[in-house]
Design a protein around this ligand. Sequence first.
Ligand code: HEC
Length: 109
Amino acid sequence: MNSHRKKPWITPLAVAGWLCAAASSALAQDSLRARNLAATCANCHGTNGQARDGMMPLAGVNADWIANTLGQYKRGEKTATLMQQIAKGYTDAQIRLIADHLAAQVATK
Ligand code: HEC
């Protein structure tokens, strides 16, 4: 009696393959989204976090520190002239993407 068997084309391997494909395209989309989001910081903190003219660079800075600091700005726990306004414009998930993207950049100075 074989009636309980799954259809042969829905093998675990096929499912795993589909999951991998879905995950890697989601990853590619995330990294694009992260770059675009981080570009909104570039006016002040430099392209990809490579700051100029004495502004604090964010390239290669610890991702958790960036994410935590933005969270503190967002919740008003850290005083700032303008970062509290900026931080409120992002969801925690977006902040995570931005922080990971900036941390992954190699600081040039
Ligand atoms: C309009 C200019 C401007 C933009 C855009 C901007 N920042 Fe800032 N950022 C500042 C200033 C100015 C400070 C210093 C704190 C303050 O006075 O607001 C700061 C501080 C910070 C700090 C703390 C740095 C430290 O050494 O204490 C982090 C982290 C940070 N910004 C991350 C970001 C991220 C991530 C973005 C993009 C989502 C961003 N900033 C966008 C101007 C900006």
